[in-house]
Design a protein around this ligand. Structure first.
Ligand SMILES: NC(=O)C1=CN([C@@H]2O[C@H](COP(=O)(O)OP(=O)(O)OC[C@H]3O[C@@H](n4cnc5c(N)ncnc54)[C@H](OP(=O)(O)O)[C@@H]3O)[C@@H](O)[C@H]2O)C=CC1
Ligand SMILES: O=C[C@H](O)[C@@H](O)[C@@H](O)[C@H](O)C(=O)O
Length: 336
């Protein structure tokens, strides 16, 4: 094209076309070639009896990405919701991005774990299947999901490593490409990822980690960006009770843009090219959480200040394991 013509077009093209506002369904690239919608609905702690209505409401409100897990013990209802919206012609299966996760007591039984989730979700395939934690737990312990020793500590399976589990997931996708479109991990630190990548034949498509301005995890985010592993942020509002809504810096940035605190907390991840999961069973909040904006460098600098004097992690189950995160140095090292 004539360079002066292209200069003219650039000068006269509205800014929003050159720099489109992010939306809840802005597609972010995975290393498989597929895309993941920027915002997903979280379903952890969404109670049976509530979760179906919340998933239906979210999909009717435009959500296309739903985050599920076998251990949330509500996949059956999530599946009913998905069936309902598909049956009513609101969406087609291929319009949705559904994630599920292999629970810790299923590390030696990836195929069984996947099939259980598919059956509950009433789906032929999931778009993404994650190893929920790099922590194998005893499959034959005193509880199918949370086996414990007599002293109350979690019954960890020391006979395998998370790398064996990953090899199981690699075999799973190779054997069942029609049932699982991508595999990934969750709760992986740089240390565990380095060990995994040294022996992996498939690079995880995603790493789902706790992430918000009080826990930026910049080292994991940078490492994953460099290796082509997409980051999905969980607990972006500070998890149960959304404590980050009260943070003064977040409120200040929200005021500047005339938006709610949630918009700032969710948009933070888009600015880092990550997708983000927000859980709610409240229709008005599910609606409110859809709004994303472009934060500027001044906003990001302010939010960076929130972790300057230390980080806060809201979700760290009592596995008794050192998962390699610098702020959680205690427990046994299972990195392999
Ligand atoms: N891979 C992993 O190990 C983990 C994955 N996750 C995934 O990430 C998702 C999100 O993280 P989660 O820990 O649930 O926490 P979130 O940070 O999403 O916070 C959820 C809490 O915020 C409240 N909330 C939601 N929207 C608003 C709003 N607009 N205004 C005020 N309060 C609001 C919810 O209340 P209410 O529902 O009552 O409206 C709930 O109490 C999970 O649901 C799960 O899918 C989470 C943790 C670990
Ligand atoms: O995904 C959400 C969390 O990881 C959750 O699955 C765990 O915290 C679980 O409740 C546990 O106690 O180990």
């Amino acid at each position: 094209m004539n360079p002066s013509l292209s200069k003219f077009m650039l000068a006269h093209t509205p800014k929003h076309i050159l720099d489109p506002q992010p939306t809840m369904n802005t597609p972010l690239k995975l290393n498989t070639g597929a895309t993941i919608p920027a915002l997903g609905l979280g379903t952890w702690q969404s109670a049976p009896g509530e979760v179906k209505a919340s998933v239906i409401h979210a999909i009717e409100a435009g959500y296309r990405h739903i985050d599920c897990a076998y251990c949330y013990q509500n996949e059956d209802e999530v599946g009913e919701a998905i069936q309902d919206v598909i049956k009513r012609g609101i969406v087609k299966r291929e319009d949705l991005f559904i994630t599920s996760k292999l629970w810790c007591t299923f590390h030696t039984r990836a195929e069984e774990g996947l099939q259980k989730s598919l059956d509950l979700l009433k789906l032929d395939y999931v778009d993404l299947y994650l190893m929920h934690w790099p922590v194998p737990m005893n499959p034959k312990g005193n509880h199918p999901l949370f086996p414990k020793h007599e002293d109350g500590s979690r019954d960890i399976d020391l006979s395998i490593t998370h790398i064996d589990t990953w090899k199981g997931l690699e075999a799973l996708i190779k054997k069942n490409p029609d049932k699982v479109k991508a595999i990934g991990v969750a709760n992986y630190s740089v240390k565990y990822l380095e060990k995994l990548l040294a022996q992996a034949t498939i690079v995880p498509a995603a790493n789902q980690i706790e992430n918000h301005p009080l826990l930026p995890q910049q080292e994991v985010v940078d490492f994953c960006n460099e290796k082509g592993i997409h980051i999905t942020a969980y607990s972006p509002l500070g998890s149960t009770g959304s404590p980050l809504f009260k943070d003064e810096t977040v409120l200040e940035v929200a005021k500047k843009h005339s938006v709610g605190a949630g918009t700032v907390l969710l948009s933070y991840h888009l600015a880092r090219n990550s997708s983000v999961l927000a859980k709610s069973v409240t229709p008005a909040r599910i609606d409110e959480n859809r709004k994303l904006i472009t934060l500027d460098s001044e906003d990001l600098q302010k939010l960076k200040g929130l972790s300057a004097n230390g980080v806060t992690r809201f979700v760290y189950p009592p596995f008794g394991v050192n998962a390699g995160f610098p702020d959680k140095p205690d427990g046994i090292d299972l990195s392999g």
